[in-house]
Design a protein around this ligand. Sequence first.
Ligand code: ZN
Length: 146
Amino acid sequence: MDLKELYQEIILDHGKNPRNKGKCKDFTNDAKAHNPLCGDKVHIYLKLNKEKQIEDLSFEGEGCAISLASASILTELVKGKDLSFIKKITEEFLNMLKNKTKITINSITPDQMTTITSLSGVQEFPMRVKCATMAWHTLLSALEKK
Ligand code: ZN
């Protein structure tokens, strides 16, 4: 299997069986977004603890496979992490899609690196970039809420 096929498989898997779907218990922050170009909707819920870590998070959403896969991958990556990790990985992810840079953060596992990089294929499709980045922007807006 080449890398492109592996990436497609990861996206299909997350799109069909999204992780952390639903509304997590006792959430402290949430935000939602809508991409009218594609019809995608996402609503992110998260529970921030006193140590400023995301203790739990989940999402509700509907839309294309890319938008669901991206939200699913995001929730898996940032669960249990602190704000500085989340800011860094979000910044790198958005840069990867917009400026075709590589993910350099070294505190993720090789598997997580493969999973997040699987979304880099949408770089070639500007319409799809919005589908892939929506959940990440929504996470940032949820975190900014008091
Ligand atoms: Zn979409």
